[in-house]
Design a protein around this ligand. Structure first.
Ligand SMILES: C[S@@+](CC[C@H](N)C(=O)[O-])C[C@H]1O[C@@H](n2cnc3c(N)ncnc32)[C@H](O)[C@@H]1O
Length: 252
């Protein structure tokens, strides 16, 4: 059962409050991600879909590569602009599934599960096709995404709805919990990141649609692309049955 559409518009998920604190919890593998993307980009240029605050794009641009971006949230773009080098990137505000830019790129990439911010299979298919449209003939499309299965490990059922609660961060002055429910028919997840601090409780709702690696491969095929490599992480870890995420490389 998705969030009540009247009380929450998923397109506002990355508003001013989330954007202001977004960079406080980096994933820790930024360096490896940038090194891998720089290697795949060759002489560039590169395009990041859902560029956010430039967590990856800014250090990638610092290697000397031209990096452009598409991003839906004006608040995330403002955070990017405020950082050193943030003014130099060409970022288009809009929906990554439909925005069409005039240039073609040696590397188009989408990381940190951002493809899942598109809430239907149709929109995800459209986004992969849009990525393919922006590639040079020898270009590659790179996707970093979670493998959905581990979520099922947390599953409890209540009134026929799959749901979970996960403690993400526990410290003396702050506890963060994620509570979510998911629909295995639509693959939609509606969740809330809940922060408990001395100042009170903060709620950050988010809606996603999870996507299987094999499903993504078919979306890529629909767009005329084939899987060229798949790893379990940015450092080339093998992808196997235990992998909790994948880094996938597609080309023509
Ligand atoms: C998890 S954040 C990732 C940001 C950045 N790529 C990173 O790795 O830190 C997801 C981003 O996707 C953006 N986003 C969500 N839907 C989008 C859409 N339809 N088109 C473009 N960006 C979108 C959000 O505003 C947010 O900045």
């Amino acid at each position: 059962m998705p969030f009540d559409a009247m009380s929450f518009d998923p397109r506002t998920s990355f508003g001013p409050m989330v954007a202001a604190t977004y960079d406080e919890q980096p994933t820790g593998d930024e360096e490896a991600a940038v090194a891998r993307l720089a290697q795949l980009a060759g002489d560039g240029p590169a395009l990041e879909l859902a560029i956010g605050t430039g967590r990856i794009a800014l250090p990638l641009a610092a290697t000397g590569l031209r990096v452009d971006g598409i991003e839906l949230s004006q608040s995330m773009i403002e955070q990017l602009r405020a950082k050193p080098g943030g003014d130099a990137l060409a970022v288009t505000c809009g929906d990554m599934a439909v925005v069409e830019l005039p240039d073609r790129y040696r590397l188009v990439y989408i990381v940190f599960n951002s493809l899942m911010n598109l809430l239907t299979q149709d929109e995800q298919v459209e986004c992969v096709a849009n990525a393919a449209r922006h590639l040079t003939d020898d270009g590659v499309f790179v996707v970093e995404n979670v493998v959905p299965d581990p979520m099922y490990g947390l599953r409890q059922e209540r009134d026929g709805i799959d749901q979970y609660v996960d403690a993400m961060h526990i410290a003396a002055d702050r506890v963060s919990v994620e509570a979510g429910r998911f629909d295995r028919v639509t693959q939609r997840v509606d969740k809330c990141h809940i922060g408990f601090t001395g100042e009170g409780i903060q709620l950050h709702p988010l809606a996603l649609r999870y996507v299987w690696p094999s499903e993504l491969d078919l979306m890529a095929r629909l767009a005329g692309l084939r899987l060229r490599a798949r790893w379990g992480g940015w450092s080339g870890e093998p992808f196997d049955a235990r992998s909790v995420r994948h880094v996938s490389v597609y080309g023509r």
